[in-house]
Design a protein around this ligand. Structure first.
Ligand code: MN
Length: 129
């Protein structure tokens, strides 16, 4: 089963993302802070991380930089989730090494489209038929 780690500090957003991804057939791992997320990444090897960029403590930018700087983890696809849809944020998200991004609030179809695109890029599609 394809594993997706959701790093999100807002309980309502966590529940939403988890529900959408579980119903779509993914195994969902949860972390409400980046530090816990990084431990789960090393232990569980998710294919995708849905990364809230605004987190208490280490933020999503710093966490993504750590993932992408580690040769063992760099192939994990990181989809940034941000409350800000400003032009400058797009550049910051890209510079941090994120593979794609979503602005909150998002429609469930948008989330699944972004996830499936990343899986296609890694040859890990959920349904190859
Ligand atoms: Mn947040």
């Amino acid at each position: 089963m394809i594993k997706i780690l959701v790093i999100e500090d807002n309980p309502a957003n966590m529940k939403l993302a988890t529900t959408i991804l579980s119903l779509a057939g993914f195994e969902v791992l949860q972390a409400n802070e980046a530090e816990t997320g990084l431990i789960l990444i090393r232990e569980q090897h998710p294919q995708i991380v849905l990364m809230d960029m605004q987190l208490p403590g280490m933020d999503g930018y710093a966490a993504t930089r750590l993932i992408k700087a580690d040769a063992k983890l760099a192939q994990i696809k990181v989809i940034a989730v941000t409350a800000h849809a400003m032009k400058g944020d797009e550049i910051l998200i890209h510079d941090a090494g994120c593979d794609d991004y979503l602005s909150k609030p998002y429609h469930y179809q948008e989330l699944l489209k972004k996830v499936n695109l990343q899986l296609k890029l890694t040859g890990n599609e959920l349904d190859k038929s």
